[in-house]
Design a protein. Structure first.
Length: 218
């Protein structure tokens, strides 16, 4: 049955009012959003009937156009906006995605508080002193055999060369690898050491570690 125009409009307005009322329970802006969406689907008259004056953009007047008001907007449209993540983002980005900094020209060793904070982000790395008595972090792996130990050295070397920051590597008892990270230039630990530890933790090395004996639950 085709409703007459006024009746149809009042029916639509009724539905609109119910939507807006419901939306208003969720907040005026939702009401406006809901109302305007439905208004836009019905017609501007309903918009005016419900929401008062027209909402939405209007064409600039001749005077506004003449004043080149668009040129005075903040910045220029062609400015490349560099989005700099806040420093805290550094923490979120994670050590493994950071880059080591060059050590020459003097670099300070980290205080204990920083060492403890950063160590928490490097699973399996323990705090200790190296042979020279300097703070270091180290990680031990039992590898499948002597060659696997040398292969692990090579995989760690790739990262060390990329980062320009190098571990002390030990291969003892033919199948025990220890990597020791310390910053020689600082005679202690710097963030570089923890970045390296986090990156070393990302190395795929399952082929170098002893095969897991399948557990048979007899
Ligand atoms: C010039 C170069 O950046 C420095 O000699 C780097 C090389 N790799 C390094 N590695 C480590 N672990 N400590 C350093 O002080 C260091 N210095």
């Amino acid at each position: 049955m085709q409703l007459a125009a006024p009746a149809r409009l009042s029916q639509q307005l009724g539905a609109l009012q119910r939507t807006v009322t419901a939306a208003q329970r969720r907040g005026v802006s939702a009401a406006r959003r809901g109302g305007l969406q439905i208004c836009a689907s019905i017609n501007p008259n309903a918009e005016r009937a419900l929401m008062g004056e027209d909402f939405g953009a209007r064409d600039p007047t001749a005077g506004e156009l003449g004043s080149n008001f668009g040129d005075k907007v903040l910045g220029n449209y062609n400015t490349e906006h560099i989005i700099k993540p806040p420093d805290a983002m550094g923490e979120i980005v994670g050590l493994k995605n950071k880059k080591c900094v060059a050590c020459e020209g003097g670099i300070e060793a980290l205080p204990e508080s920083e060492i403890n904070r950063l160590q928490k982000q490097c699973a399996g790395w323990r705090l200790g002193k190296n042979a020279a008595g300097h703070d270091c972090i180290s990680h031990e792996w039992k590898v499948r055999n002597f060659r696997a130990g040398l292969d692990l050295f090579q995989r760690i070397a790739v990262i060390a060369e990329e980062e320009g920051h190098h571990p002390d590597l030990h291969l003892t008892g033919y199948n025990t690898v220890v990597a020791e990270m310390t910053t020689h230039a600082a005679k202690g630990l710097t963030e570089n050491d923890f970045i390296m530890a986090a990156k070393i933790n990302e190395i795929e090395m399952s082929d170098l570690l002893p095969k897991r004996k399948p557990k048979f639950w007899a």
